[in-house]
Design a protein around this ligand. Structure first.
Ligand SMILES: Cc1cc2nc3c(=O)[nH]c(=O)nc-3n(C[C@H](O)[C@H](O)[C@H](O)COP(=O)(O)OP(=O)(O)OC[C@H]3O[C@@H](n4cnc5c(N)ncnc54)[C@H](O)[C@@H]3O)c2cc1C
Length: 405
């Protein structure tokens, strides 16, 4: 492989669905040099180690397993002419834009006319979920489990407990089945399964006991997990198990962006962007799951392509408008993204995406200068998509949720 270039038109940080689709689209639009920097040993992002379906409907019009989907995305970007560099980690961002990267070549500086940050999201760890008890081996997030099972062909435990019921939690069950691992229980702190039906039927079909309104009070064990104490509505229950898969509660992988000076939205945890994916810093854009936790691969892929079109336009004629703000009033809503409306070019992110913290019913409205410009009654639940069409003009708006008593 040739040495890393010192200058490129567009540098893309992260070779997942968002980064790879952006790379292919930028090349298709005639951008001369597009460099994808990926810290893993291969590009492809999270799907690379998701040995299950469904991926690929939107992109390749057929159901695919994660690894085949990831390979197809890489092939498409390479065929389009993008330069993809695995095992290359971006360690800092600076004005210019400029990047510092580490790879087999050592430390290098790259100057780019534009940078797309597409570093994805990650699940909350045991420490972030404040689970008490001892610290035995065998506690991991789904991504790590998939790395061991699909990546290394390992079987890290035989009868783990699964914490969480988001979509990814069912992916953890499928991963376990692939390695003939039989989960002893699935545990959900809220009163309902978080993922949409029919995923919730999976534990029932597979005979995995489901504990709702239950959390892990304590993990016990020495070298390995031996038991988990569950706090249920009717008291503590101890379950013997040899592992714990801590699933979901994704957070954007935004440390690099934050340290690089990009404004971070405290609600999404990702960079604040306008409707074209432009961050607060000139020349820096973002797409995919770094924008908000969390979307499917197909949606991240679509976002990468759309933001690539905005980048190509800006390379030809830089945007001047910083965009009007979109803010969120107090209430059950957790975030709104994008955080700014831009009138510089057609939107790449063509709707307001919202999520709720808790189940609620009420009136969801968009207001400008205190006046409702759009609104309807809704019922919201955590981890379900909530969308609002973009308002027609370019003026500050506020998203308001008036809860029914
Ligand atoms: C366990 C699991 C199962 C899933 N199952 C499905 C499914 O069945 N169907 C579906 O549609 N979606 C599924 N998803 C969601 C899907 O994988 C994501 O929506 C998608 O991968 C997001 O794409 P992305 O490009 O935004 O980020 P990612 O795929 O996370 O890619 C980001 C990339 O950035 C790289 N990176 C991060 N920091 C740096 C850095 N500093 N320097 C260089 N590179 C860096 C990472 O290594 C990674 O490769 C699943 C997710 C998980 C975790």
């Amino acid at each position: 492989m040739t040495r890393l270039p010192a200058e490129v038109d567009v540098a893309i940080i992260g070779g997942g669905p968002a980064g790879l689709s952006a790379a292919a689209e930028l090349k298709r639009l005639g951008v001369a040099s597009v460099l994808v920097l990926e810290r893993d040993s291969e590009a492809g992002g999270v799907p690379r180690l998701c040995g299950h379906s469904p991926f690929g409907f939107r992109e390749f019009h057929r159901p695919m397993f994660g690894p085949a989907f990831a390979r197809a995305l890489v092939a498409r970007a390479r065929e389009a002419g993008a330069d993809i560099r695995p095992a290359t980690t971006v360690t800092s961002l600076g004005p210019g834009p400029r990047l510092t990267v580490t790879s087999d070549e050592g430390v290098a500086e790259i100057a780019a006319r534009a940078v797309l940050v597409a570093t994805g999201a990650r699940e909350a760890s045991r420490a972030e979920r404040l689970i008490g008890g001892s610290k035995p081996g065998g506690v991991m997030v789904t991504g790590a489990l998939q790395g061991l099972v699909y990546g290394a062909g390992a079987r890290p435990f035989r009868r783990p407990l699964i914490l969480g019921t988001e979509l990814v939690s069912f992916s953890a069950i499928l991963t376990c089945r692939h390695a003939s691992i039989r989960p002893v229980a699935m545990v959900e702190p809220s009163e309902r399964i978080v993922a949409r039906a029919p995923s919730g039927l999976l534990p029932q079909v597979l005979g995995i006991p489901l504990y709702l309104a239950t959390d892990i009070a304590e993990i016990r064990g020495g070298e390995r997990v031996e038991a988990v104490v569950l706090a249920t509505a009717t008291g503590d229950v101890t379950i013997e198990t040899d592992g714990v898969v801590v699933t979901g509660r994704f957070r954007p992988e935004s440390t690099l962006a934050r340290l690089g000076g990009l404004e971070i939205d405290t609600h999404t945890g990702g960079p604040s962007v306008d409707t074209c994916g432009r961050s607060s810093e000139p020349g820096f854009y973002a797409a995919g799951n770094i924008l908000r936790p969390v979307e499917t691969a197909g949606r991240c892929w679509e976002e990468g392509r759309a933001v690539a079109r905005a980048i190509a336009r800006d390379l030809a004629a830089p945007a001047a408008d910083r965009g009007a703000t979109v803010t969120l009033a107090e209430g059950p809503l957790r975030y709104v993204m994008p955080q700014r409306l831009s009138s510089d070019g057609p939107p790449a992110l063509n709707e307001l995406q919202l999520r709720a913290d808790r189940p609620a019913r009420g009136r969801l409205s968009l207001r400008a200068e205190g006046r409702e410009i759009l609104g309807h009654k809704v019922s919201v639940r955590p981890e379900r998509r909530i969308r609002i069409p973009l308002p027609a003009g370019n003026y500050p708006v506020q998203v308001v949720f008036e809860e029914e008593p």
